[in-house]
Structure formats: C-alpha cells, structure tokens
Design a protein around this ligand. Structure first.
Ligand SMILES: *[C@@H]1O[C@H](CO)[C@@H](O)[C@H](O)[C@H]1NC(C)=O
Ligand SMILES: [Zn+2]
Length: 326
C-alpha cells in the first residue's frame, strides 16, 4: 500500500490523493465482548534473557494473565546489539520466542523498529518469514492497530533522527528509507491523514524515540519539532516510546498528551538522569520493568511495574462519552 501510494503521488493530480489518503496498513484487532482493551508495553529487550530480560518476561506473563491482555506492544530495539543479521538469525528465537513463553504472552506482538534494529538487516524483522517462525510477530515500519475503542498508530521514528545519518561509528540499513526527507514527510502525512480520519475514542501513538525524556538520550528534537505538533493538533491521548532504558511518565504542559517511556525490557540502571524537576514530570524509574494500558470507552489507566511485578506508578483519566446513551 505504501509503495502503491508513493508511486501514485508522484504521478497523479491532487484529486487522486483521496484514494491514497491513508498509506498505513491497518490491523483490526477485535476487543472482548466486555468492551475492555488491555495490553502490555515493553521496549529495548532482546538480549537472550540477560540483564533481567527473563525476569521481566516472567512478570509480564503474570500481569498479562491477571489483566487478560489482548496483545503486547514493543517500542523497538528488539534485538541487541545490531538487530538481526537476517531472517535466519538465531537471535530471533533466543531473544523473543524462547524468552516470552508465558501463556498470556502468546498473542500478537505489535512491534516497531528501533535504532539498534536498523544497524542490522532491518528488512529481516519485517519479513513474513519471521511470522511463520512465530505467529505472534507483527513488525512493520509504520502501521495502525484498530482496536475499536482505541487506535494505535505505530510510527517508524529512527529515520527522523539526523545524527544516525552522519555518525560513522555504526552503519544503518537505510534501504527504503532514502531519501530521508521524502520518507519522513510521507510518514507524517500518512499519520496526519490517519489521525484526521480516526473516530476511535482513544488515540495512542507509539514510536521508538522519546518526545520527552529525562533519561540518557533526553528529548528527541526532530520529534519535538515535527511529530509533537501533529499529536497536539489531533488530540492524541498517549505517546509511548522506548530508547531510554527506563520507565517514565511526563505530562505535556500544553495539551492532554501523556509521554510514557517503556524501554526497560533488559539492560537498565544507566544512572543518567537530568531534569527530574521539569514541569509535567510524574514518574521516573531507572531499573527494568514494563507498562500496562487498560482502556474502556470512558477510562484509561496505565501502570508501571518493576522486575518483581510490583506496581511503581499508576495514572488514570476519564473521558465523557460524546454521545451518551439515554
Ligand atoms: C536485576 O534486577 C534487580 C532488581 O531491580 C537489580 O538489583 C539487578 O541489578 C538487576 N540486574 C541487572 C543486570 O541489571
Ligand atoms: Zn534505541
């Protein structure tokens, strides 16, 4: 669909654009008959069980069971240190299939790519071959999960970060991403179109890089400049990311957006935090863990857990029904 759109846009006049209004593939994920949607969010994890990855996985399984989750969202940096070498890289089984073995984690894993994934064969992670190896695995660059009461917009943020295009320390798999400017503009246009068409009660955007973070990498300026205005304009409720190996919750000072970092799936304890007193700061934890999101038509609740499954931070908000049932 994305390729179809891109090629068409080069050729056709504006009147055709309506047919390409949304270049993002959409996955319909029906929710339970009780109307609840619950999922876990984890990021920066694939280290063959090391650095507490297995301990986090165990607790994800337990909490996942308790909450009867619908799926898992991965915020990227799925395989360390350099993504996958190809579709037959054993790291896929060693860091994913063989680690997240709990029963409650045996449903879809909706996954974006992180900067470390781009250091390997990025296209391998997108391949349908991996889906055959483990049917849970759903990884695309940018896409949408339509879960009735919520739409989750998964955004490929690595190509936005200029530094990766100039640094010489690592190589990146930029196939399909060049030229950078065209690629990122298309991502933002697709996102804008999809957000403007969305009728979902809750709008959630997921990317690998933080918009707001007080952890090691801090704010991602390219996303503050280019993505944040779109999230504000379309009343996005939550922005969730990884990249910094910690758990954090920061509220936007100019909108209702909550910035949620869940990048603590394995190696953590970086000990690098700055600006804990910044405005909107609600919670920061430097160690391993993960997050849950629980949604109904009128209510959202998020919880952060540590490596023992202990709740470290909880936040909730209600929204009135737009069309109350009389
Ligand atoms: C694993 O988690 C425990 C508890 O938070 C922590 O004390 C320990 O340092 C962690 N191990 C690593 C390798 O991060
Ligand atoms: Zn990263």
């Amino acid at each position: 669909m994305a390729i179809f759109c891109k090629e068409f846009m080069l050729l056709v006049v504006a009147s055709f654009l309506i047919f390409c209004a949304n270049g993002l593939e959409k996955f319909d994920h029906p929710i339970k008959s009780n109307g609840n949607l619950r999922f876990l969010v984890v990021g920066d994890w694939g280290r063959k069980g090391h650095y507490n990855q297995s301990a986090v996985a165990l607790q994800m399984g337990r909490i996942g069971e308790e909450l009867d989750i619908d799926f898992v969202v991965s915020t990227g940096d799925n395989f360390y240190s350099n993504g996958l070498t190809g579709v037959d890289d054993p790291n896929f089984l060693e860091s994913f299939t063989n680690v997240y073995k709990a029963k409650s984690l045996q449903n879809q894993w909706y996954t974006v790519l992180g900067n470390h994934d781009y250091r390997g064969d990025a296209e391998a992670q997108l391949s349908s071959y991996l889906r055959k190896l483990d049917s849970r695995w759903i990884c695309l660059r940018s896409f949408i999960i339509n879960a009735e009461i919520a739409e989750i917009f998964m955004v490929d943020t690595t190509p936005f970060v200029n530094e990766y295009f100039v640094e010489t320390e690592h190589t990146y798999d930029w196939r399909s991403v060049m030229p950078q400017k065209t690629y990122t503009e298309n991502v933002l246009n697709d996102l804008k179109n999809a957000l403007s068409e969305s009728t979902a009660k809750w709008k959630i955007v997921v990317g690998h890089h933080a918009i707001r973070s007080v952890g090691h990498h801090g704010d991602t300026n390219e996303l503050v400049d280019r993505l944040l205005p779109i999230l504000r304009a379309y009343d996005v409720d939550l922005y969730m990311n990884g990249h910094d190996h910690c758990l954090e919750h920061i509220s936007d000072t100019e909108s209702g957006i909550q910035f949620l970092t869940s990048g603590a799936g394995s190696k953590a304890w970086r000990g690098d935090v700055k600006g804990l007193n910044r405005e909107g700061m609600n919670f920061f934890y430097d160690g391993q863990g993960f997050m849950s999101v629980q949604l109904t038509q009128t209510h959202v609740q998020i919880e952060f857990y540590d490596v023992f499954g202990k709740v470290l931070h909880k936040w909730s908000r209600s929204k009135l029904l737009l069309h109350p049932i009389i």
